[in-house]
Design a protein around this ligand. Structure first.
Ligand code: PHE
Length: 359
């Protein structure tokens, strides 16, 4: 019996050593130790032996089984290592190859424009304030002296949320002006803030989108007057458009929350079908402004006999379209990657007020 086992062992070990792939080694293992394997068959034969023989034969068979299993396992490790070595030899990394261009994101023109506006007013000493997109009637309309019949209050111009208990309805703010009210309610003058943010109106065409952006400005102090408003906004227009002697015109206008009110136009030319900002025979409106109405100050608990202020609001999409030659306002929000790659800005492009004036 032992002789037989020795012969079997020699044969299996020879086959193990000869196996030169993981697949052929697996065949050797199945033939020896698998369910129908040689050694398995011998083990099964133990049951038919008398107890004495079974004892010694069982021990010898177990030794054989362990030796064979260990040899196969060792060979398996060798072959696996060799396979890996072969792959490493084959797959070379060429460190001299040029680096593949990395896809970088771009800064959206809206973000870029807001950053530029903040940089310009930041250098004039303004700080940034924010308010909620969902407003109540008081902040969006009433406190701003907007009368009940004003068109901005109409159903078809403004997005209202479902009514709440007590008949109150909240609105998606129609302008950033409610942040004037919030700031004056929370802080004491002197105030000097700008408010970039989203605003909402029921409008949709090439120059209107139901969601758009504004930057509001508010200055309140004891000696603030119309001259400050004009100087500040002329300086802004020239810095933002990067035209040092840009013509800027203040045209009388009306807003319920400012008195007097004005609209600001910048000089441009449309000669020969080409639009250009700067000296020319034409004007283009870019923002609304005025001296804060005394009623608005009083609505916020500010003594209008002592304090005065000015405010302005500008449309971000509008000034971005003008500066960067973007034709259709709706494209800002279509998330077309080709458009974003074309009109977007490289990250870490730090804007500065002096960028336009003193490069
Ligand atoms: N809120 C006005 C609008 O959306 C703009 C504005 C702001 C005008 C502040 C005057 C003062 O049209």
């Amino acid at each position: 019996m032992q002789d037989d086992l020795d012969t079997i062992k020699t044969r299996i070990l020879a086959a193990t050593a000869a196996a030169n792939s993981l697949e052929s080694l697996e065949r050797v293992r199945v033939e020896a130790l698998g369910r129908k394997g040689r050694i398995t068959a011998l083990m099964k034969g133990l049951g038919a032996m008398d107890p004495e023989t079974r004892k010694s034969a069982g021990a010898a068979l177990n030794v054989l089984k362990d030796d064979v299993a260990a040899a196969i396992e060792a060979r398996q490790e060798d072959l696996a290592g060799a396979t890996l070595d072969a792959r490493l030899m084959e797959e070379k990394v060429d460190v001299t190859l040029p680096v593949r261009a990395e896809g970088r994101g771009r800064v959206h023109p809206i973000t870029q424009t807001i950053d530029e506006v903040i940089a310009i007013f930041g250098e004039m000493g303004f700080t940034v304030a924010e308010g909620p997109d969902i407003e109540d009637d008081w902040h969006n309309f009433t406190a701003l002296n907007i009368p009940p019949e004003h068109p901005a209050r109409q159903e078809h111009d403004t997005f209202y949320l479902p009514g709440m208990a007590g008949g109150h309805r909240r609105v998606l703010r129609t302008h950033t002006s409610p942040v004037q009210i919030r700031t004056m309610g929370e802080q004491k003058p002197p105030l000097r803030i700008i408010v970039p943010g989203r605003t909402y109106r029921c409008d949709y065409d090439a120059t209107h989108s139901p969601m758009f952006h504004q930057v509001e400005g508010l200055v309140v102090d004891e000696t603030t007057h119309m001259g400050h408003l004009k100087g500040c906004l002329i300086e802004f227009c020239r810095a933002y458009f990067g035209v040092e002697d840009l013509p800027v015109r203040f045209r009388p206008s009306y807003f319920p929350f400012t008195e007097p009110s004005a609209e600001v136009d910048i000089g441009c030319t449309r000669a020969g079908g080409a639009f250009r900002i700067g000296h020319g025979d034409d004007w283009l409106e870019i923002l609304g402004c005025g001296m804060v109405h005394p009623k608005v100050l009083e609505n916020c608990g500010i003594d209008a006999a002592r304090y005065q202020g000015f405010a302005f609001g500008l449309g971000v999409e509008r000034i971005a379209m003008l500066k960067y030659g973007i034709g259709d306002l709706r494209t800002f929000f279509e998330s077309d990657l080709r458009w974003l790659r074309h009109y977007g800005f490289p990250a870490l492009h730090i804007p500065s007020m002096v960028g336009g004036l003193n490069p």
